[in-house]
Design a protein around this ligand. Structure first.
Ligand SMILES: Nc1ncnc2c1ncn2[C@@H]1O[C@H](COP(=O)(O)OP(=O)(O)OP(=O)(O)O)[C@@H](O)[C@H]1O
Ligand SMILES: [Mg+2]
Length: 376
């Protein structure tokens, strides 16, 4: 009998994304969702914004992503004092001598295929309008009135806080179809790894070229949606309206592309309801309440296993935090609850994330038992 060999992936570039996904997730603590999200955004060509308190690895992840991509890049930390010259390029002196105002854009945002804008909402109004156009229309006028297309594939951005409501920053905020809150490390095991681990910077094997990103984008854009996935998205949108959440038409349309990109990254040949998991980072406008509502609706309509794993892990952290291992009765109750959560995880389709979560729970269960034996 011939040994079994899996059929080669019809999309060779997908293997590169799978490796990057694995390496980034392994290097960063509790950042699996963010890793999936930035890679899906890269494939979909939608800009991505991460918002979270200082020091929660936003830059660590986004820098690693930009180091992985080849091509031209531009990264900057925006402050209210950042000048248009720093982002868009200085005005050409030769041009001025002949009465022309043109920017020299070499090495600046208008020539970048990938960019990282840190503290993006600090951009001054002098930069804002051009930025809006570069991000949305992907065009730039260096000053001579001849509007050019920019080569930008992806803009990643980070901020410590959500922008204040208002037309200026609101328009910039809306340019980011993919947006996520990054929370500090939750689990005790994660914290122990942060404190006592080697503290490595993610180093990805290999790089990806802009042409490969385009190839991935083309392959993802060709993925069909199953009837069930289409129905599920329509049901999610219907439920959201009833819940008072009305993402704009452009946002809805672009979400379809992000979900396709996520399905592609997951190795699927068509979009299924489970891939709607990623839409919870796209289908809302008000960062202060809508993300939770959207997550609830998507969990109810599509019940994606990725979301279920996150919910069960959160429940487990709650149990671990509330259990005093020195109290034998409490430890026994805690262990029973953890065992039940582990059983529920076991009933989900066996993805890498489910297996990692089960291994984590078994480890926590073992430690809880050891601690309570030690206390006797
Ligand atoms: N989840 C994590 N995994 C691995 N390392 C982490 C994690 N969270 C924090 N760190 C450590 O903390 C450092 C700070 O992270 P980083 O500079 O990326 O934070 P940030 O979110 O960009 O903060 P700021 O908002 O201040 O720019 C990292 O370089 C890393 O050493
Ligand atoms: Mg940072």
């Amino acid at each position: 009998m011939k040994p079994y060999r899996p059929a080669p992936d019809p999309h060779p570039v997908r293997a590169k994304f799978a490796t990057a996904r694995r390496e980034l997730s392994a290097a960063l603590i509790e950042r699996d969702d963010e890793v999936d999200l930035v890679l899906a955004a890269l494939v979909a060509g939608e800009h991505v914004l991460l918002v979270g308190p200082p020091g929660c690895a936003k830059s660590l992840l986004l820098d690693a992503l930009l180091a992985w991509t080849g091509g031209t890049k531009f990264a900057t930390l925006l402050t209210k004092f950042t000048t248009p010259e720093e982002v868009l390029g200085p005005v050409s002196l030769a041009g001025l001598k002949s009465d022309r105002f043109v920017r020299v854009t070499t090495g600046k945002l208008p020539e970048a295929e990938f960019c990282f804008l840190d503290e993006v909402f600090k951009a001054s109004s002098a930069i804002l309008n051009t930025l809006l156009r570069v991000l949305n229309e992907r065009t730039f006028d260096p000053g001579d009135g001849a509007v050019r297309r920019v080569p930008l594939r992806l803009c990643v951005a980070a901020s410590n806080e959500w922008p204040e409501a208002g037309p200026d920053l609101g328009a910039l905020f809306d340019r980011f179809v993919v947006r996520k809150t990054v929370a500090p490390i939750r689990s005790r095991a994660g914290r122990a790894r942060l404190l006592w681990g080697p503290g490595t910077v993610p180093e990805l094997s290999g790089t990806i070229t802009p042409a490969e990103v385009d190839a991935a984008r083309g392959a993802a854009a060709a993925l069909p949606w199953s009837g069930a996935a289409k129905e599920a998205l329509e049901a999610v949108l219907g439920d959201l309206v009833r819940d008072g959440v009305r993402p704009g038409d452009r946002r809805q349309f672009r979400t379809v592309g992000v979900v396709r990109a996520f399905a592609f990254l997951c190795g699927a040949e068509r979009v299924e309801p489970e891939h709607l998991e990623v839409a919870r980072h796209c289908l809302w406008d008000d960062p202060h309440e809508h993300p939770e509502r959207v997550t609830r609706v998507i969990a109810k309509v599509a019940n994606p296993p990725g979301l279920r794993v996150a919910q069960l892990l959160l429940e487990a952290e709650g149990v671990l935090g509330a259990t005093d291992a020195r109290d034998l009765a409490a430890a026994a109750t805690g262990a029973a609850k953890l065992g039940e959560i582990e059983r529920q995880l076991g009933a989900l389709p066996g993805t890498g994330r489910v297996e990692a979560a089960r291994a984590y729970l078994r480890d926590q269960l073992r430690q809880l038992k050891l601690a309570s034996i030690g206390a006797v």
